[in-house]
Ligand binder design. Structure first.
Ligand SMILES: [Zn+2]
Length: 328
C-alpha cells in the first residue's frame, strides 16, 4: 500500500451533475464527445454527470450508499456493491442502457450519430455494430421520442409539443396550416404492390413546430381527433378547400377559427398554406433518404420531434429527453 493509504471506494460516479438548463443549451461535436467517452471508465463518469445512469445507489437492506467496485466479468467493468449485505447492482439498472448488449461508449456514439442524421450504413461502418442492432437502437430511440411527445413530462418548464394557441406577447391567435398528403411505399421491382399512406399534418407558422398523423380512413372523426390532440384552442387554422367538410370552426363549440384559401387572391399574406407545402417537400426528401421505412409511424414521430427541437442541438435534446423519461 502506498504511504498515502488506499483510496476509499467511491460512493458516487461523478461530483458535478449538469443541470437541465445547461444540458439543453449545449452543442456537441463528435471530437468533443469522443474525449468524454473514449473508455468505459470515462463513459461511466460522463453518463452519470448527465444523469443518464445513477450517480449513487442505496443498499435496500441497510440504506447505506453502495460503493462502486471493479467487475471484470461484466461489460462495463464496474458495478455497485454493499459489502455488508452481499448486494450488487449493475450500473445500467433503470437506465436507457439496461437491456442493451452494446458497450456504453458504442451506445452513446450511436445515439450521437442518430442525432446528426447519419445513414444506417455509416453508423454500422463507424462502430462495427451490425445493422440489426443499430435498427433496434433506432427503434428504441424513436419509442422514447414518441413517449416524450405523447406524455411531455409535466416538470419541464419548456413549451409542450402541441401547436397553435395564443401568442403570449401579442395575445393574437397563432396560425396553423393544415393539409393531407400521400406517401407511396413500394418494394423494389414491385410497383404493382405499392402501398399508399395518407398523412395529415399541421405546422405552426413562425416556429415550424408540427404534428403528423397517419390517416387510414379519411373520415371526419379521425381528423377531428388529431386536431383536438395537437392543436391548442384559440388557434387560427388555415387550409385548402378540401378541409371545408371538417367544419373545424364547429369543433367543441368553436374553440378554433378556420379560414379557407381563396384562390382568386394568390397574394394573400395570411391565408395561405405555403409552409405546410414546404414541410411536405422536406418530409418526402427525408423519407427517401432514411433507409428504415418499415416503421412509418415512428419516422413521422422522429420528424415531429426534430421540428420541436428545431433550434437545439439534437444530441443535447436527446440527452434531455432521456433523462426525463428514465429517472435514475
Ligand atoms: Zn447494505
Amino acid at each position: 500500500m502506498s504511504p498515502r493509504g488506499r483510496r476509499l471506494s467511491p460512493k458516487t460516479l461523478c461530483t458535478d451533475i449538469v443541470d437541465d438548463e445547461k444540458t439543453i443549451r449545449e452543442s456537441w461535436t463528435f471530437c468533443e464527445l469522443v474525449q468524454h467517452i473514449s473508455t468505459n471508465d470515462k463513459a461511466i463518469e460522463w453518463l452519470a454527470k448527465y444523469k443518464l445512469i445513477s450517480n449513487s445507489v442505496t443498499c435496500p437492506a441497510c440504506g447505506n450508499p453502495c460503493t462502486i467496485i471493479g467487475y471484470k466479468q461484466g461489460i462495463d467493468g464496474k458495478r455497485w456493491r454493499c459489502p455488508n449485505h452481499n448486494f450488487s447492482r449493475s450500473i445500467r439498472k433503470g437506465s436507457v442502457f439496461e437491456n442493451s448488449r452494446l458497450s456504453l461508449t458504442t451506445f452513446t456514439w450511436l445515439m450521437y450519430m442518430w442525432s446528426r442524421d447519419y445513414l444506417l450504413f455509416e453508423m454500422a461502418h463507424e462502430t462495427n455494430v451490425c445493422m440489426k442492432s443499430i435498427i433496434d437502437l433506432i427503434r428504441l430511440v424513436r419509442e422514447l421520442l414518441e413517449r416524450f411527445l405523447e406524455d411531455h413530462p409535466a416538470e419541464l418548464g419548456d413549451v409542450p409539443p402541441e401547436i397553435g394557441g395564443f401568442d403570449l406577447e401579442t395575445g393574437e391567435p397563432k396560425i396553423v396550416e393544415i393539409d393531407v398528403t400521400k406517401f407511396v411505399k413500394s418494394k423494389r421491382n414491385e410497383k404493382k404492390h405499392a402501398k399508399e399512406f395518407w398523412v395529415f399534418g399541421g405546422i405552426e407558422r413562425g416556429s415550424e413546430k408540427c404534428f403528423l398523423v397517419p390517416i387510414e380512413y379519411q373520415n371526419k372523426e379521425a381528423f377531428e381527433a388529431a386536431i383536438i390532440r395537437w392543436i391548442l384552442p384559440g388557434t387560427l387554422i388555415v387550409s385548402d378547400i378540401w378541409a371545408e367538410y371538417l367544419e373545424i370552426d364547429q369543433i367543441q363549440q368553436g374553440i378554433y377559427t378556420h379560414e379557407l384559401i381563396d384562390y382568386n387572391d394568390s397574394e394573400d399574406t395570411e391565408i395561405h398554406t405555403r409552409n405546410i407545402d414546404k414541410l411536405w417537400i422536406r418530409l418526402k426528401k427525408q423519407f427517401q433518404r432514411k433507409h428504415i421505412k418499415f416503421l412509418f409511424q415512428s419516422f413521422l414521430t422522429e420528424f415531429t420531434w426534430r421540428a420541436h427541437f428545431k433550434n437545439t442541438d439534437k444530441f443535447a435534446a436527446l440527452i434531455y429527453c432521456i433523462k426525463h423519461l428514465y429517472k435514475v
